[in-house]
Design a protein around this ligand. Structure first.
Ligand code: PGA
Length: 257
């Protein structure tokens, strides 16, 4: 059984005070909810990590960074290491988000280095893959996914795969209000699981959680979650408000129960 995982990617939003307020608001809502069936993870900006970690102490809510560098320390101005993320209280880290691939020259090779370093430090990587609109329209979706999975995960062992989450995020659906239909999501999630099966065998492939991301909101979470290979969501915009994110978690829990 794969446990549903809902993560909020706060991107470059929220000052420290705002982040604490949002985390506290979510904590209050989650107290009222029975969310034990779902793993919930919040991914604030680096600057707010340790303060949000403090708010989340003993709540069962996870914490993640939005990126990481692959060295433990050194002269790498501007970067944050896996050790530092752990030190700030994170258990998870988003790696290879399409915004990083698009705006910050992230490649499969850097993604691969980051995954290995995160795993070595005991962090759970949330590895993002997904095609852009041009690629989808050219019929290259599966080719792009295959490239991201096969090259991004080079050298990652089957046992490490059990500590890793994949997030399928079609770039054309991120922040656009345009969600993939549950059928489109399921088709790609199934493709990813089949690829993992080929690379690691059924036991591993059946255990890896695959989240969907791209304009997930309270209105579409139930339908998305009802697909067999959709094991959760990576939520951007709708994770920035207590109401919408707690409703998404509540609805996802309903599907699982
Ligand atoms: P969105 O972002 O929910 O705002 O589309 C998702 C993401 O980028 O992870």
């Amino acid at each position: 059984m794969r446990k549903t995982i809902i993560a909020g990617n706060w991107k470059m939003y929220k000052t420290i005070v705002e982040a604490i307020e949002l985390a506290n608001g979510l904590k209050r809502e989650f107290f009222k909810l029975d969310f034990a069936a779902v793993d919930v993870v919040l991914c604030p900006a680096f600057t707010a990590l340790s303060e949000v970690a403090e708010v989340l102490t003993e709540t069962g809510i996870g914490l993640g960074g939005q990126d990481v560098y692959w060295q433990d320390e050194g002269a790498f101005t501007g970067e944050v290491s896996p050790v530092m993320l752990k030190d700030a209280g994170a258990q998870f880290v988003i790696i290879g988000h399409s915004e990083r691939r698009q705006f910050f020259s992230e490649s499969n090779e850097t993604v691969n280095n980051k995954i290995k370093a995160a795993l070595k430090a005991g962090l759970t990587p949330i590895v993002c893959v997904g095609e852009n609109l041009q690629e989808r329209e050219a019929g290259k979706t599966f080719k792009v996914i295959e490239d991201h999975i096969n090259n991004g995960l080079v050298g990652i062992s089957g046992s490490d795969m059990l500590n890793l989450v994949v997030a399928y995020e079609p770039v054309w659906a991120i922040g656009t209000g345009k969600t993939a239909t549950p059928e489109q999501a399921q088709e790609v999630h199934k493709f990813i699981r089949d690829l993992l099966k080929k690379n690691y065998g059924s036991e591993v492939a059946d255990s890896v959680r695959i989240q969907y991301g791209g304009s997930v909101k309270p209105e579409n979470i139930t339908e998305l979650m009802s697909k067999p290979d959709v094991d959760g969501a990576l939520v951007g915009g709708a994770s920035l408000k207590v109401d919408s994110f707690s409703t998404i978690v509540a609805k996802a829990s309903e599907v699982v129960k």
